[in-house]
Design a protein around this ligand. Structure first.
Ligand code: ATP
Ligand code: ZN
Length: 464
């Protein structure tokens, strides 16, 4: 598989350190709000990369942190008159609700900063001992001039960066680009005891520490949104490589933005839609489909039109699945003849196309296109007269490919006991020739996105 590595700005063949095993770290959310559809993009695309790697036989260890110590959390806590812990705990619960809806599987480990304070202190102390960090008035800073490779990820050199840096009044750092590893407590905010007095960790150090603690000094893939390349990931590299003396992450993968009117969607600009709100209008799989409809490095402009397109496209996948299931119910078991075997063989070409697309830097847009072609071909060539074997293999293939994308996973039966009941009621009404009631129930179902078709084989339920 080839992945675009931000470190080299090239698509490279992906070769993990240990054959068949992948250690992967994804920068997680700062938990002070519901996440927006821009934030959802890294979670969904890297979840898809994980699913694909597993599909190809890799054992993936996946870590995604929660940033539960941050100024934004502290401010939100003040606004709401609750403690910062209450804010972060609440939004971690809410994160899992939306993530589950979007089919984002849980990471193997979801560490929090607050569970890693001792480890952070030890890490910072080691950087001081090695001469890479210094303490002033209870703050600890990383000395960027001591780390030769500073700027290697964002392709900037330290002199240019320093020249462009704004010099703040009361600046106590030695160099303009030095950044905080530990921040002394200013008032009564959240703080922990440390060798430098009461304080709390800076932002960047947490990911260096958690990645090292849970995955080791060198990992295979470190991922996040493009806005994290500088300074967050640049600083992570500086801290980690200064501390261990080894390469920190071998492949740096960054997703492009979800934009609104060609501007990055962000909480600070206020131009965002939370996933929670979008889910009131669209099904969660439609949102996931939308996020996968472009290759992960390309920007996507969020629009209702694109959401509608995603909805329609996903409906076509679901309808293909329903058709196959329906045919399966009535199909006969018989040996596949040559014609059927050739059909299956033809369908399998789409699996190859799908894999080629995913191998090429996780091109989910082309992978989805391959599933489309498969669906089109199946719709055109599978007939009522075909064998159970052929129909089952076709359905399995469709489910195999969409499963890698985390699509077509809706459990029909789970939503349906109530709907089933309404359908039964309508049948009964029809039998009793109470057509007014039957129509009323049909309209009621329609409002919930359910269409009913009366076929010779019985009632067919179609969901949007
Ligand atoms: N518009 C966007 N499109 C794609 N990814 C984004 C977008 N905005 C944020 N991200 C990514 O979302 C992930 C979660 O980050 P985090 O919760 O810290 O968001 P944030 O930086 O507070 O969001 P914001 O930029 O809206 O303030 C990060 O990987 C970040 O790069
Ligand atoms: Zn991070």
């Amino acid at each position: 598989m080839r992945l675009f590595n931000t470190l080299t700005r090239k698509k490279e063949e992906f070769i993990p350190m240990v054959p068949e095993e992948v250690k992967m770290y994804v920068c997680g959310p700062t938990v002070y709000n519901y996440f927006h559809i821009g934030n959802a993009r890294p979670f969904v695309v890297f979840d898809t990369l994980r699913r694909y790697l597993e599909y190809r036989g890799y054992k993936v260890t996946y870590v995604q942190n929660f940033t539960d110590v941050d100024d934004k959390i502290i401010n939100r806590a003040k606004e709401e008159g609750i403690s910062p812990e209450e804010v972060s705990e609440k939004y971690i619960v809410e994160y899992f609700k939306d993530a589950e809806a979007l089919g984002i599987r849980k990471a193997d480990i979801h560490p929090k900063v607050t569970e890693n304070i001792q480890e952070i202190i030890t890490f910072v102390q080691k950087l001081i001992d090695k001469g890479y960090a210094y303490e002033i008035n209870g703050d600890v800073y990383f000395d960027t001039t001591r780390f030769e490779d500073y700027g290697k990820l964002s392709k900037q050199n330290l002199e240019d960066l320093e020249a462009g840096a704004r010099i703040e009044v009361n600046e106590i750092k030695r160099n303009p680009m030095d950044f905080a590893l530990w921040k002394a407590q200013k008032s009564d905010e959240l703080a922990w005891d440390s060798p430098w007095g009461k304080g709390r960790p800076g932002w960047h150090i947490e990911c260096s520490v958690m990645s090292t603690r849970y995955l080791g000094e060198t990992i295979d893939i470190h991922a996040g949104g493009q806005d994290l390349i500088f300074p967050h990931h640049e600083n992570e590299i500086a801290q980690s490589e200064a501390c261990s003396g080894h390469s920190f992450a071998r492949y740096w993968i960054h997703n492009g933005y979800i934009n609104i009117d060609n501007e990055k969607m962000s909480k600070s600009k206020g131009n965002f839609f939370t996933v929670r709100d979008i889910l009131k209008e669209y099904d969660a799989e439609t949102v996931r489909f939308f996020l996968l409809s472009a290759q992960y490095r390309n920007p996507i402009n969020f629009s209702r039109q694109l959401m509608e397109q995603s909805k329609n496209a996903l409906d076509r996948f679901y309808n293909a699945k329903k058709n196959l299931e329906h045919l399966l119910e009535n199909a006969v078991e018989k040996e596949m003849d040559e014609v059927e075997k050739n059909l299956i063989h033809g369908f399998e070409n789409y699996r190859e196309k799908f894999i080629d697309a995913m191998e090429d830097d996780v091109n989910t847009a082309d992978a989805i296109a391959a599933v489309f072609e498969l669906v089109k071909d199946m719709n055109a060539s599978i007939k009522v007269s075909h064998s159970k074997q052929l129909i089952q293999s076709s359905l399995d293939l469709l489910m195999e490919l969409t499963g890698v994308l985390g699509l077509l996973t809706k459990k029909e039966d789970a939503i349906d006991s109530e709907i089933e009941e309404l359908v039964q009621l309508r049948q009964k009404a029809r039998k009793e020739k109470n057509f007014a009631l039957a129509d009323q129930i049909r309209d009621q179902l329609k409002e919930r996105g359910i269409t009913i078709e009366d076929t010779p084989q019985g009632v067919r339920i179609i969901k949007k």
